[in-house]
Ligand binder design. Structure first.
Ligand code: MN
Length: 171
């Protein structure tokens, strides 16, 4: 798969959330989205910046043991590539990363997702005076759909498992 990766891991920790991750400069920039992404452009989903993760963590599914940080089940809810606005598929990877880094530093990045579940234009916007807090929003395009709850598609795009499947397996 060409291009910069994105991954969303559904994480049934003490508080269920979706970890939204964008590849940049050899790591996965990460945000925890408590309510998960929405295809409805009117929904502004809080996205809390968390520490970078390694690229290899983006393939992780399984159980984080009780007592460890983030204890609970993890599945790869969606995965694919992203293109920051200003880049096309033929744009050199270095230039794609430069555009993405500039957007993140400015607190506003718009990009296209090429995932199994999420597609089209999205925006991450940093809230002023609220350190580490961003909003994740679908742009109004042909992939927007206010009537469809994408979170009901609850299976891993890697293995077809749900977090409940992972839990049962571990019991
Ligand atoms: Mn998490």
């Amino acid at each position: 798969m060409k291009g910069l990766r994105f991954v969303i891991q559904k994480h049934a920790a003490r508080q269920l959330h979706y970890d939204f991750r964008l590849e940049l400069e050899g790591a996965l920039r990460s945000w925890a989205v408590p309510k998960g992404p929405s295809l409805d452009p009117r929904h502004k989903r809080l996205a809390i910046e968390v520490e970078d993760h390694s690229l290899s963590y983006g393939d992780f599914e399984g159980l984080i043991a009780e007592g460890e940080y983030g204890a609970g089940e993890v599945i790869v809810w969606d995965a694919g590539t992203y293109l920051p606005d200003g880049a096309e598929e033929g744009t050199r990877r270095r230039e794609q990363e430069r555009l993405a880094a500039a957007g993140l530093a400015a607190g506003r990045i718009t990009f296209r997702l090429f995932g199994h579940k999420l597609q089209g234009g999205w925006t991450l916007l940093r809230l002023p005076n609220r350190p580490g807090q961003w909003l994740l929003m679908k742009q109004a395009d042909s992939y927007a759909d206010a009537r469809r709850n994408i979170l009901l598609e609850d299976r891993s795009v890697l293995t077809g498992r749900t977090v409940e499947n992972v839990r049962k397996r571990a019991e």
